[in-house]
Ligand binder design. Sequence first.
Ligand code: COA
Length: 173
Amino acid sequence: MTVFETVRLSAAEAAEDDLPELLDVYLSNPAYLELTEGSGGVPGAYDRGMLERDLAMSALTPGRHTAVLRLHDGGHCVGVLDWMDENPSDGAPWLGLIMIHAGHQHRGLGAEAVAGLAEHGRAAGWKRLREGVIAGNDAGMALARAAGMREVERRPHRIAAGDRELAVMELEL
Ligand SMILES: CC(C)(COP(=O)(O)OP(=O)(O)OC[C@H]1O[C@@H](n2cnc3c(N)ncnc32)[C@H](O)[C@@H]1OP(=O)(O)O)[C@@H](O)C(=O)NCCC(=O)NCCS
């Protein structure tokens, strides 16, 4: 089911059929997986089973959405977008993950997808959109800033790669 559209992209709830293409998007970003994922002591390890588990968790969490990003032109899957309408910790909508296939980065697609989510949220009555960016993720921070977000908090954060800081970014809608 399509959730929103932008000039070049459609964002639709991810389904079983999308799994191979979505896995391709994840595996094209090994540096990010090294930061956030790992299995059996292998940093960055990510496979179809882990993706299935992540999608199942998303489907079970009320108000959480995982969308596949496809180009209108040709229907190719170029990314994934995950968000919560209301994070139980602060009641705010949170962008959980934006990832663009390495072969399609630096074309403004990430920024377009976040702008599309912000527009979708504004229409649904959201007053703000938050996102946590791991300190040192330069692309993630550049994208958040390009989307108009500003840092509102910094807190310690444990990820697969170890203890880091999380910058809480916020966009007023
Ligand atoms: C972050 C990510 C989604 C950006 O996607 P993208 O489609 O390449 O981004 P865009 O082309 O829309 O660029 C948006 C802005 O970020 C900047 N940017 C993109 N990649 C960058 C990089 N590697 N280093 C520094 N800046 C970068 C662009 O210059 C642009 O800034 P500008 O508008 O001021 O010129 C992509 O790098 C990715 O999937 N990374 C792995 C997952 C990840 O880190 N997600 C973010 C989690 S917080």
